[in-house]
Design a binder for this molecule. Sequence first.
Ligand code: B1M
Length: 213
Amino acid sequence: MEELLATLRDSLIGSRRDAALAVTARLLEEGAPPETILQEGLAAAMIELGARWTRGEVYLPEVVAAATLFERCNDLLEPALLSSGVERTGGRVVLATVKGDLHDLGKNMVGAMLKTVGFEVHDIGKNAPVDTIVAAVGEVRPEILGLSALLTTTVPEQRRVIEALAEAGLRDSVKVMVGGAPVTETWAAEIGADGFAPDAPRAVQVALAITGR
Ligand code: B1M
């Protein structure tokens, strides 16, 4: 399995579409857990790609191509992820990437994994303004609001959302979970979030814990 995961990472980094899709399918056929394929294959490849981007070894179009391919591979995994869930929760989650931020692969992974334990996920997308997020919480009445932010410049939006929820009288009705590469446990505590997760598998554990499951 390790070898196939390495091939998947290489294929994604090199945006080799056919190879990436074929190896994702092969990993599933060989019984690799879809969560492992996502985290140790797809997510790990994007992190490596980010490091190469920082070093100037790859350029924006290559990152865009890999991100698009990430989503295609993720589509292959979603049915397997959904059938692997053992416990069904029935709780609702509203999920968004905050305003000014177009990074949504991590958010999508978190959404896919939350569905595996039966959460009903209302994904309101990326670049979501505070008002839109607050309106979705008022409408959907979720148990959890999940906020993703990938840029150091957009992380403060998470605080703004929490403040706006309080102003709208909705803060006590929903648990707020925050995440994204620059987000830390300390930041989550500072802004009064109810939970922080560094990755999608742990987002599931945190979601279950903060809703008392
Ligand atoms: Co952007 N980008 N990007 N980018 N990008 C980063 C984040 C960056 C670190 C790259 C770098 O310079 N090394 C850097 C940010 C620097 C900073 O803020 N200090 C950066 C930059 C600068 C930019 C632009 C400004 C570049 C430009 O235009 N000059 C621009 C900004 C656009 C905008 O948002 N306004 C930009 C654009 C893009 C693309 C559009 C090309 C593309 C995004 C495509 C897409 O998402 N559909 C992209 C990508 C792909 C990246 C990197 C390479 C990879 C991000 C990713 O998808 N990772 C990234 C480098 C890096 O992160 N190391 C980078 C894989 C994903 C599965 O991981 O999102 O971290 P991640 O999610 C994890 C956890 O964080 C966690 O679980 C996930 C799974 O385990 N998690 C949560 C995430 N959300 C959570 C929510 C939770 C809980 C856990 O609860 C609710």
